[in-house]
Ligand binder design. Structure first.
Ligand SMILES: [Zn+2]
Length: 138
């Protein structure tokens, strides 16, 4: 865990529904919105269900398990704070609930990542305010 004065990578803005999502992460819970009308899960957070148009939803806890849906290997840092971290691999994880989330694997070099690799969530408190959901091999 780094304090805010040393953590230089871009951080989410903790406002509105995004703030609520990260507040659950800070409690060690991966939660997504679930529509109360059609039961569809969704991420990133938003007010309206894209499946049925309902505005009724609740935060529901994810199993935290999923599979690698896609990834890319970044060889050249596009932000100065990632200099020295290359190569790194942003991944898209498809959770058991069916939603996809962009994250990273904490225990796997880019050349060892594979499509459909089973993963599970871990939480990384990168600042006192921000905890990021990341994944490890399951
Ligand atoms: Zn719906």
């Amino acid at each position: 865990m780094a304090d805010e004065s040393t953590y230089a990578r871009p951080l989410p803005v903790l406002q509105g529904l995004t703030g609520e999502f990260y507040a659950w992460c800070a409690k060690g819970e991966l939660r997504f919105q679930r529509c109360e009308s059609c039961d569809a899960w969704r991420h990133v957070p938003r007010e309206m269900c894209a499946e049925c148009g309902s505005m009724r939803w609740q935060w529901k806890r994810s199993s935290g398990r999923g599979r690698v849906f896609s990834w890319t290997t970044t060889a050249v840092a596009l932000h100065p704070a990632f200099k020295g971290a290359t190569p790194y691999a942003p991944v898209v994880v498809e959770t058991e609930e069916g939603v996809r989330i962009v994250s990273e694997l904490v225990d796997c070099a880019p050349d060892a990542i594979a499509i459909d690799m089973p993963v599970e969530v871990v939480f990384d408190a990168v600042t006192p305010e921000v905890t990021l959901p990341k994944f490890r091999r399951a």
